[in-house]
Design a protein around this ligand. Structure first.
Ligand SMILES: [Zn+2]
Length: 313
């Protein structure tokens, strides 16, 4: 298991100055250029303890970034979870009840249940639905390289390939497999639309370098769509792209789920090699060079344990 950090380079800041938005939804700020163009959404804090997105969203708002054309929306999603941050339990403030990044299907949004996250998703639903291009900013428990995550539509790959970072891509041919993430809501989850939606996993939750990546990716995303003037590419611009295809998402079934050895992500396994056990179930590599993404730091029944991928040619 990844140890609980004892120092935090980035900590939550008071977001109350950003609460009053201008579209009738708390923590949502929209800027219209008055000129035709795309509607771009930069979203932070889908997970409450992923501070890098908060830093990026504050950067855009504090610097008065305004779109040269089209519409820019900047949002903070799960502020309730964010505000529950406790340095003694820094991973607990990811969510209050539901994972806000798994409930963007009409089954959940129109369903009978309620929670902080379902209420927030319902409030933000028109905000997400209105956006043509979405950057949803995240970070990881483990200190691994930044990477994109996106449904396997060419329109998403085109954006990720055009930006100078992250250089690593996790592509989802048939979705996440454990729920509907924000980037698959509505037309963003369907073929045939001139839209895009990507998650940027910017690095480890509490590192300054992660926040720096989030700011740079947000600015480059805006520049890509002509919302702001072009910006200098990151040093990784010429790094070879590494793309991985999601084969399987394993959701933890039993409290005794455990890996055969400590994992942080990007470890590779030979076909058939045992990666984890979960009750009587064996989780084995599905191919040679089967590469692990986001192994859970603390198995919780009903949450994702590990993502198994295959390097793409
Ligand atoms: Zn996240």
């Amino acid at each position: 298991m990844i140890p609980t950090p004892t120092s935090f380079e980035v900590l939550p800041r008071d977001l109350s100055p950003y609460k009053a938005g201008n579209v009738g939804v708390d923590y949502v700020h929209r800027f219209e250029s008055g000129r035709p163009g795309p509607h771009v959404l930069i979203n932070a804090l889908t997970h409450g303890n992923e501070f890098c997105g908060m830093v990026a969203a504050c950067h855009l708002l504090d610097h008065g970034v305004r779109p040269l054309h089209g519409t820019l929306t900047v949002s903070f999603a799960n502020v309730a979870a964010y505000e529950s941050f406790d340095p003694a339990k820094p991973f607990a403030s990811r969510q209050i009840t539901h994972n806000l990044n798994r409930i963007w299907s009409s089954d959940w949004l129109d369903g009978p249940q309620d929670s902080v996250e379902l209420g927030r998703a319902r409030a933000m639903r028109p905000v997400v639905a209105a956006a043509d291009h979405i950057l949803d900013i995240h970070s990881t428990s483990a200190d691994v390289v930044p990477f994109w995550v996106y449904p396997q539509f060419e329109r998403n790959a085109a954006v990720a390939m055009a930006l100078s970072q992250p250089a690593t891509h996790l592509v989802m041919p048939s979705g996440l497999g454990s729920g509907a993430p924000l980037i698959q809501h509505g037309r963003h989850g369907e073929p045939g639309h001139a839209v895009s939606a990507l998650v940027a996993e910017c690095g480890q939750h509490f590192k300054q370098a992660t926040a720096d990546v989030a700011v740079a990716v947000a600015l480059e995303f805006l520049a890509h769509f002509g919302m702001i003037d072009p910006i200098a590419p990151a040093p990784s611009a010429r790094a070879p792209r590494r793309r991985f295809e999601l084969l399987r998402t394993h959701v933890v079934q039993q409290p005794d789920f455990r890996f055969t050895r400590p994992l942080i992500g990007f470890e590779t396994f030979a076909e058939g090699e045992l990666i984890a056990t979960d009750g009587d179930q064996e989780i084995r590599a599905l191919c040679d060079d089967c590469t692990v993404f986001m192994p859970t730091r603390e198995p919780i029944v009903g949450r994702e344990g590990v993502y198994l991928t295959r390097p793409m040619q």
